[in-house]
Design a protein around this ligand. Sequence first.
Ligand code: HEM
Length: 451
Amino acid sequence: MLYMGDDFNWDCSVNCVCGCQILPSRTEGGGEFPKDPTGRILHFIKICNEYEEDGIVFLWGFFRRPIVIACTPESMARISKSNAPKSRGLMGVYRMIEPWLGEGLLVANGQKWARNRRLLTPAFHFDILKPYTNVFNASADVLVAKLKSKAASNDRFDVFQNVDTNPYVKAVNRITDSLFHRFLYPYMLFDFIFYNTSVGRQFKKDCNFVHSVAEEIIHKRKKALDGGENVALEGKRYVDFLDILLTARDEEGVGLSSLEVMIRRRRRSHGFCTRWRSIRSTRGSVNRKLIKCCKEETPTLSDMPKFEFLTQCIKEGMRLHAPVPIVNREVKEDFEIGGRNIPAGSIVQLNIWALHHKESVWGPDHMEFKPERFSPENVDKMSPFQFVPFSAGPRNCIGQHFAMNEEKSVLAKLLRNFTFRLDTSHEVKKNPSAVMRTVDGMFMYVEERNA
Ligand code: HEM
């Protein structure tokens, strides 16, 4: 794999950088790096459980630049709270996604990030999120109607079928897959090579397509706003994210560009996947308890606290299957984690996936679905950096409340209407892309409750 080769001189790399243990690739204990995506993430869990020292695992990266994995609450806290920027150098994944997302909130660093975060924050205010429960409920009703027909036919169905066949989602999936491709074939890290390959050309095409879709939506809404039209949902005056983003201005009166506004559209599918993952995990007594807590027919934002047990299940689903498995930072100056010196120029990988499976944090049963881990008594004892599906610190996810409310509203409706059963004849293989997906789907049977 990427970071190690057979001919690598381990002693040299271990001793000359920060002194913590480096991973053997083919030597005893490290094993060969698995080629398949599911094996890859299990391998990361293994190495983070076996080789972590002082909160980190040190890997030798490409072109002799170190990659350090942070996988304990302490090391996660240290790097998340720092102002280490998103990695945008040769090995920086954020450089590679910039042609897709522009220098928007996710990618930007420094003052540009601070300005955009300030402009976007009002869009996620409680009052703005309120009417979105109508949208969630309406969308969940469409899904319920679709699932009723699946229940009637008693056919298994792929949970991802309506997501992954959408041309926009397909383009986004190809874009994010190409990132892994570039790391698997490191010469592709060089733009002049990558853009001359078929994957690079497709990447460019997909970026153009995704931009055109976003720009069309933005253009329509801008026209409506410029024309003084009321933006309406079911006849009511209604201000949504897009209105706020399009009308936001900084001190100089400068607004957000289309690319900076675009971030919003990108996140839909992995929220969807997480919901399904959580449903899939429910069974037996957990299922009965869940149904009991999902009584509201059309929940509003103020009903959300009633979904306490559902929330525990969603969180446990996110712990087991982190929707965003890894995020990266680049340290610009020598940096200390757990008493180790991380040299300037290192990439620090915040491995959310491995942290959520750290035995010393979650116990030897970390692969089991146990929603009670998130009971109020247990949460009180947790470190704020132990469960971080939305990342943490100043660069945490701006959409996390929106995402959680959406999860709860839609799942509650689905669980009230149906029981779900996984088709165990089809193995669900995880694909840890920029967001967690499956390799070839996840099949389920659905049955109507009281049918
Ligand atoms: C289950 C759903 C979601 C998960 C698990 C999630 C997770 C994350 C994570 C881990 C990050 C940190 C990324 C990094 O450091 O590179 C992040 C950042 C971000 N997320 Fe989310 N997200 C979710 C939903 C959303 C939604 C619904 C929106 C918008 C409507 C959103 C918008 C953003 C933005 C703009 C950032 C960048 C924030 C910044 O750097 O200041 N996310 N998200």
